[in-house]
Design a protein around this ligand. Structure first.
Ligand SMILES: Cc1cc2nc3c(=O)[nH]c(=O)nc-3n(C[C@H](O)[C@H](O)[C@H](O)COP(=O)(O)OP(=O)(O)OC[C@H]3O[C@@H](n4cnc5c(N)ncnc54)[C@H](O)[C@@H]3O)c2cc1C
Length: 414
């Protein structure tokens, strides 16, 4: 059984990484970066996976894996160890909007802490041959102006990445060379080369994500949630409020996961993240929530962004780094896995060529067609949740018309 409390240690040092040239440097060892690194290393490429934080770490996420994500993990031989590490099987979805309660049986969902899942994925990447550098920030070096003008014709053959460990100053970095760089740094765009234009559009009314874990012994609203959901089997509770929505479910390690998307202005108005979350719970009739003040909350930058270009000059964006929509339907990790598998295929095809522009075009095409079309229903659902009257209407329509409910479930959860 995986011991996710042990740190994932680097298997080389930054100075060792500098001594050779890599096929691929992957920045960010979240679900997208680690799964891509594992596939690329297994395919025989030399892969350096660089992660800014020390693992295991928690991050803002509801931790729910839908069927597509589970199928990916099964095919990679990772579903069994994940189940063995205590991932919780979720049998139903309960949506609460003030007094309206809607219950949905979900086909197959697992709840897992990100510390557990990401640790498993990084260990797998290392086992399959990737080199791993922990607690190191990577930043892609911008191309020189002359190189940028030649880039109209073809992509550069190598890119340089600066690696900065926490103990060194921002000027004290190590430079590594790689044929391609995959930027899988989540919602942060800090690894992108400064001075190169990576156009992105951010939704004006974008929400932020917030998250905490609560030990079962401190969880005070389990019974009330069960009463509202009219079930006591493991359930994902989604609570919709005026300032955002909150997902609550039991997860591994005998913990409860609280993940929400809220309006950032309201954090300033309420004075804290915990107060915002308590207000969503209160709107839904749950008042015994003082325990949330003791929790330490993490937050994200703005959630909704679209990257207009996801590959150029030997740099490929992957996972949330290539754009994200709000997490109401909890599909982000399955998108990240699907993206990692597709990018791996595209890069494998192009790996014999010195010029990467064919792979870049193919990746830009895949993201603007297949990936964005997958996100459509999720975007639609998240938009309905912003207007409480509309959200209530959709919930009622789904309760009255089971085929509509099944269609929505199939689109977003399987
Ligand atoms: C509130 C909320 C709830 C969610 N709930 C769910 C859910 O239930 N189910 C689901 O499937 N999805 C959910 N998601 C979405 C999911 O969390 C993301 O889609 C997923 O984590 C994206 O994975 P990623 O690998 O792209 O990025 P991340 O998982 O964010 O990983 C990025 C990694 O890059 C590292 N990094 C950052 N900068 C650098 C750098 N310069 N150098 C090196 N490393 C760096 C970070 O430390 C991090 O480890 C939720 C999201 C939010 C906000």
């Amino acid at each position: 059984m995986l011991d996710e409390r042990l740190p994932c240690l680097s298997n080389l040092s930054a100075s060792m990484a500098m001594e050779r040239s890599w096929d691929i440097v992957v920045l960010g060892a979240g679900v997208a970066g680690a799964s891509f690194a594992s596939m690329a290393a297994e395919g025989g490429m030399s892969v350096l996976l660089v992660e800014a934080k020390e693992f295991p770490r928690e991050k803002v996420c509801g931790g729910c894996l839908n069927r597509r994500a589970q199928t990916f993990l099964h095919e990679r031989g990772l579903l069994k160890p994940l189940l063995e590490s205590g991932a919780v099987s979720i049998a139903s979805l309960h949506v609460q909007l003030a007094k309206h309660s809607s219950n949905w049986s979900v086909p197959s969902m697992l709840s897992v802490r990100r510390s557990t899942l990401d640790h498993l994925l990084v260990s797998d990447a290392i086992e399959r041959g990737a080199c791993y550098l922990s607690e190191t920030k990577g930043i892609v070096e911008p191309l020189e102006i002359q190189e940028l003008s030649v880039q109209q014709e073809r992509s550069p053959t190598h890119r340089t990445v600066h690696l900065q460990s926490p103990s060194s100053s921002s000027r004290d970095t190590v430079a590594v060379r790689s044929r391609m760089v995959v930027v899988a740094t989540g919602l942060s765009r800090s690894a992108l080369p400064r001075g190169e234009v990576w156009p992105a559009t951010q939704m004006e009314s974008s929400r932020i994500g917030v998250h905490t874990l609560v030990p079962s012994s401190a969880m005070k609203i389990e019974k009330e949630l069960e009463t509202k959901a009219k079930r006591c089997e493991p359930t994902l509770h989604m609570l919709i409020g005026t300032i955002g929505y909150l997902g609550v479910c039991k997860t591994d390690g005998d913990q409860w996961d609280f993940a929400a998307a809220i309006d950032p202005d309201q954090v300033r108005r309420f004075g804290s993240i915990a107060a915002c979350v308590r207000s969503i719970l209160k709107e839904n009739g749950l008042t015994n929530t003082a325990f949330l003040e003791q929790s330490s909350w993490q937050s994200t930058p703005y959630l909704t962004r679209t990257s207009d270009c996801v590959a150029m000059n030997g740099v490929f964006l992957l996972g949330d780094a290539m754009g994200y929509v709000e997490p109401f339907t909890g599909e982000g990790m399955s998108w990240a896995f699907a993206g990692a598998a597709s990018l791996h295929q595209i890069i494998c095809k192009a790996s014999r060529s010195i010029d990467h522009s064919t792979a870049e075009q193919a990746w830009n095409r895949w993201v603007t067609t297949a990936h964005r079309s997958r996100q459509k229903s999720s975007r639609w659902v998240a938009n309905q949740s912003r207007d409480l009257a509309r959200a209530r209407f959709v919930l009622r329509a789904c309760d009255w018309l089971p085929p509509l409910k099944h269609l929505l479930l199939r689109k977003i959860m399987t």
